[in-house]
Design a protein around this ligand. Sequence first.
Ligand code: CUK
Ligand code: CUA
Length: 660
Amino acid sequence: MKRIVVLAFVLVMLASLMLGCSKDDKTPTPAPDSQGGLPADSMAIAAERGLTPDDINAALMTYTPSGTWDEYITFMSGGHSGNLIAVGVPSMRILKNIAVFTPEAWQGYGFGNTEIEQMLDAGNVDGETIRMGDSHHPALSETAGDYDGQWIFINDKNSARVAVIDLRDFETKQIVKDPNIISNHGATFVSPNTDYIFQGAQYATPFGWEYAPLSEYQEKYRGMMTAWKFDREAGRIDPSKSFSIELPPYWQDLCDAGKLVSDGWVFCNSFNTEMATGGNMEGQPNFEASVSQRDMDYMHIIDWKKAEQVVAAGKTEEINGMPVISIPTAIEEGVLYLAPEPKSPHGMDVTPDGKYLVVAGKLDPHVTIYSFDKIQKAIASGNSTPDAFGIPILNFDDVMVAQLEVGLGPLHTQFDDKGNAYTSLFLDSMVAKWKLGGDDPAAYVVLNKVPVQYNIGHLVAAEGDTVSPDGKYLIALNKWAVDRFTPVGPLLPQNEQLIDISGDAMKVIYDMPMGVGEPHYAQMIKADKIHAINTYPEVGWDPISWQKSEFATLPGEERIERNGNEVEVFMTSVRSHLTPDRVEVKQGDHVIWHITNVETAQDATHGFQLDGHNISLSIEPGETANFEFDATNSGTYPYYCTEFCSALHLEMMGYFQVAP
Ligand code: CUK
Ligand code: CUA
């Protein structure tokens, strides 16, 4: 019986697709059979695979034939794999795994390439080489509050670092380390014109993560908000024009930058306003209990434009090279305010019009909606009570507009183009769709919900963090994938579920197993906003400095130069040979090696690995890559191209010999 229903449904749907007819179309639907050019076997396939009408619908909405491109690109953080993953929507195919904080051999990232090593080294901590990361929140660069497709930034929660990725070649260009905090979380969030990339701390430590007994937590431990200045011209964060604001040792959590009316402000939720310090072996409760005692935590409300003026006026203290606005100065200058947030808040999402802020409850089934206008009026009224550090806490009732019960474990909220909001419900494993009600508390209503599998964290809507979201698609970033995919052992992939939000009811239309990282957050941009290059602009290009490399080597210029104990190799690669194909040095020599891929054809990448030396490069068409090392061991080491570039790819090799 089910099969007959399926068959009938497929027939009608395929027919209407072929004819592009609508309900009003009076053209009679011809009998869909093989005469009409319809593949009769598609019905058989659907029946054979037991596909329901919904399945077929979902397949038709997501299947992306060979050679056709996705409408959107979603950039998903890789979590503790420390990378950033570009996924096409609606196909949900991984387009690229972008190495950021963690070495990745395919891209030749962190395996010898001199410029990349230097960039990664900029993220080292106190001489400790850090080659992992915990990437959380990607932020696309914006112009006037809209994604402009030029850059994307991402934080490393583990060591409080921020990376800059260029969307011309989808490669990481810079990593900066905050000199005063060792863990971040409310990062990265950009101001509407990407003047600043904001980074809120997470677990409080003394500045510079120095030692201080936990008994001195309130006096010595601090949170922080850092405003990293982005120089668009240079395509780099300029630490010399960046600044920080000292915050209380509450754990700042998620942040968002204001937009339109609220431009100039940044907001963070926080937890552990209890200032708990653990001690579960010393008779204290676990953190999970001790940081959840109070009924209210504090939203941090920061006037960054005013902070910028305070910095310009020199009212800062330089701590570890960073100008820092102290808490007393922030209070005096009107830079910092607090507002109560219901129990264990999470998420901070500014509505597209910039007028409202949504904070979710985590342990409270409500989302709380705050009004920026009310916040401004409350600040102007002077009605507040000081917290333990003297920071004014505005009255909850003065700033809150509505509280809406959305379900259990609300975390994050996204927006569409029709005035609706979508909140992830971790405990319910659902997405709740609700209506924004402006200043009228009664106008906020839950519209409907859709189950997701399982334990949803963040969710992302098409252009969902901009001043003009697209609606259309939403992705649920689910942490658990029990029973969803063919088993692959105890460590399961995550499940990224694509949801169609074009209609009234939400529909899950694709389950994507993410087996290369644990996405925390993502941003989804219209693909045609990104103008990625096909090959580097000129042969001999340095992708990091974005100019011709001083080591560019053209055909005919290949050479090996010796200068005392230093041997410098200038090599070219082209299908299907490396020139020179013999390099001989003496044991103890220092070897500096440059390779230029002189190809100009798109996709004619040559990789390079040197046996026994932990060296792996990816040299894209036009690129010059460099590496250096000490020839410590004598021996014979083949080097070869790692990309299967031609029929004679295996012949693309050479011998590196170290004479004793
Ligand atoms: S967050 Cu980082 S731990 Cu963005 Cu809700 Cu999950
Ligand atoms: Cu070049 Cu294989």
